[in-house]
Design a binder for this molecule. Structure first.
Ligand SMILES: Nc1ncnc2c1ncn2[C@@H]1O[C@H](COP(=O)(O)OP(=O)(O)OP(=O)(O)O)[C@@H](O)[C@H]1O
Ligand SMILES: [Mg+2]
Length: 289
């Protein structure tokens, strides 16, 4: 018989608050029963349960983002509970304006929640000092955006090594030259962004994102400005970093093909996370109405 309880119940895999939801999947492990939001999380939990009993790499706890525009308040994120596990490739999908970029900025410490907490390796970093967040952001995260955000008057090589100047003061151009060579851009290193194709600019931006050897790569529609063939190459490169170098990869995308390749798909609608991300199922319950 079920007893009334005010204690909240969280899906151990995706981190969603599943208190009071119907149609949960229940899985017993090591003497305890865990409630999973749907097939996707159930499958992942059953494969490697112990992995999901520790602390996730990144955890959002009841994160709200409200933009105050004077006479109106816009609620963009509405109490997101989310866990990202080290080494995962997570895709974030959803309609335009649903809050995907706002969520990614929260994950990458580019923005602070209006309320709620953001944990990185178990430590609450949502209220940390600006300088502490900046150090963490530049050492633990690499960002790749739809607009490549390269500095127009610097060469490809200078753009890619720029973060090193801030972190170590050393630009180590030799190592970076080899990386450009690996990417088939040996002849392009002295070119400025306007002298590079979109794909070359994005490859330069990826090298820049990787220069501090971050644990996490965040992409906000990284292939959005590229034709599908070039976009696929960039995507393969990012997935290669996830699979080969075990980088945690989080990509916001409109592209269903990208989402297909991810370990976990998070669907955002009107600032809320939908249940059962992995199989792209639309909302099942009262929770998201
Ligand atoms: N600084 C801001 N001030 C006020 N409203 C904002 C601000 N930033 C974002 N918003 C609003 O928040 C909502 C979500 O924005 P967000 O950029 O996260 O959407 P998105 O899902 O990334 O959309 P797209 O797919 O078009 O990039 C939008 O309605 C947007 O207008
Ligand atoms: Mg966006």
């Amino acid at each position: 018989m079920e007893t009334e309880s005010t204690e909240k119940l969280f899906d151990p895999v995706c981190g969603m608050d599943v208190s009071g939801l119907s149609d949960l999947k229940h899985v017993a492990h090591a003497g305890k029963t865990y409630a999973l939001c749907g097939d996707g999380c159930e499958h992942r939990f059953k494969q490697t349960p112990d992995r999901f009993l520790g602390e996730p790499l990144i955890r959002l706890e009841n994160v709200w983002k409200v933009f105050d525009m004077g006479d109106t308040k816009t609620e963009v994120l509405k109490g997101i509970n989310l866990s990202i596990w080290e080494g995962d490739f997570t895709a974030i999908i959803g309609a335009s304006g649903s809050g995907k970029s706002t969520l990614l900025n929260m994950i990458g410490l580019l923005d602070r929640p209006s309320s709620g907490k953001v944990f990185f390796r178990g430590k609450d970093v949502s209220n940390a000092e600006d300088h502490e967040r900046a150090i963490l952001r530049s050492t633990a995260f690499g960002f790749v955006f739809q607009q490549y955000n390269l500095i127009p008057w610097l060469s490809a090589l200078e753009n890619a090594t720029l973060p090193l100047i801030f972190s170590t003061g050393d630009t180590d151009g030799v190592k970076m030259l080899a990386r450009f060579e690996d990417m088939g851009m040996k002849e392009r290193v002295t070119h400025r962004p306007t002298q590079l194709s979109g794909g070359e600019q994005q490859r330069t931006a990826i090298l820049r994102a990787l220069v501090n050897d971050p644990a996490v790569i965040l992409g906000d529609e990284p292939t959005g400005n590229l034709d599908s063939k070039t976009g696929n190459k960039i995507l393969e490169m990012l997935i290669g970093l996830n699979r080969g170098e075990k980088k945690t990869l989080i990509v916001v995308t409109h592209d269903a093909d990208i989402a297909e390749k991810a370990d976990e798909v998070i669907t955002i609608r009107d600032g809320e996370m939908l249940r059962d991300h992995n199989i792209h199922r639309r909302t099942l319950t009262e929770h998201n109405v």
